[in-house]
Ligand binder design. Structure first.
Ligand SMILES: [Zn+2]
Length: 296
């Protein structure tokens, strides 16, 4: 959650929870949706799709959702939430008082998950493998920057024709007592049932792994991503939803918020490498369970 003064004032009226990239929109994209053309789906790359500088991602060639049922191998798109100098996400403090920034911890967890998935035979697409954004994100105006960056990420994931999209975040709230685990999905897509299944597996596996660390778990549930922006009129998040002027993601997806950086009990746990490794394992196990479920 980027707690700008305005956003903070508005959102403090609500119970602040998610810190994901999705927020309600009244701002249309400056780019019109491309005319759908039929082109062959790109062959998944044998290595992660990575970028080390700002790039222009072409609009996806097809607006057709990725087929749910097909034989493997399967491709998993991993989004490390936030990134770069202007999109930090939530913040907190470790056990020794060290500053914890969400963008760093999501990246670390995403890289761990990438390795685990490849070991398990999956193809992967990393939206980012370093501390950067795909768009300039100059920070002057948060909202249009956030929308443009999220569009670039969704375009990248769509172009890869990944089977699922897993977005990794750590939560933040103005209410420091808030803690626990929640997973967001969008029920109002053609693949809403699949997104719910994936979200349910993620939620269960994250809770299980945290309990294995003897961390007191708090199950905040599998939730509708319309809550992410904190606006009851919001259609859905940008990452998982359909919003005017925005090319939506084309595959089942979830936004995971396993722990709160703003909570004094959760944050020191996030700072521990072992916790992030267990979380990566939880995502891997949930993704594997999802594809087994698909075939059942
Ligand atoms: Zn976040």
């Amino acid at each position: 959650m980027r707690l700008s003064a305005v956003a903070f004032a508005l959102l403090a009226l609500l119970v602040l929870t998610a810190c994901s990239s999705g927020e309600p929109s009244t701002i249309a994209s400056t780019r019109e949706p491309s005319t759908p053309t039929i082109t062959p789906a790109p062959t998944p790359s044998p290595s992660p799709v990575t970028f080390t500088s700002v790039i222009a991602v072409p609009p996806t060639a097809s607006a057709t959702p990725v087929p749910i049922h097909h034989s493997g191998p399967y491709t998993v798109a991993i989004e490390a939430g936030h990134g770069g100098p202007s999109w930090l996400g939530a913040a907190g403090y470790g056990a020794s008082g060290e500053r914890l920034i969400e963008k760093d911890l999501t990246l670390d967890t995403a890289l761990r998950l990438d390795e685990l998935l490849r070991e398990a035979g999956f193809e992967t697409v990393l939206v980012r493998d370093g501390d950067f954004t795909l768009t300039p994100f100059d920070g002057a105006e948060y909202r249009p920057n956030m929308i443009a960056e999220t569009q670039a990420r969704v375009d990248l994931v769509n172009a890869s024709r990944a089977d699922v999209l897993v977005s990794i975040h750590f939560n933040g709230s103005a209410y420091s007592s808030l803690r626990g685990t929640e997973t967001y999905y969008n029920p109002d897509r053609s693949f809403g049932a699949e997104s719910y299944a994936l979200a349910s597996f993620v939620q269960a596996e994250v809770l299980s792994k945290l309990a294995g660390l003897e961390h007191e778990v708090s199950d905040r549930g599998v939730r509708n991503d319309a809550e992410v922006g904190g606006d009851p009129n919001n259609a859905h998040s940008y990452l998982l939803g359909t919003n005017d002027g925005f090319r939506p993601s084309l595959m089942p997806g979830v936004i995971s918020e396993p722990l709160f950086l703003s909570n004094a009990d959760d944050a020191p746990r996030i700072a521990e490498e072992e916790t992030r490794q267990r979380l990566a394992e939880a995502y891997r196990d949930a993704i594997m369970a999802y594809f087994v479920w698909l075939q059942s």
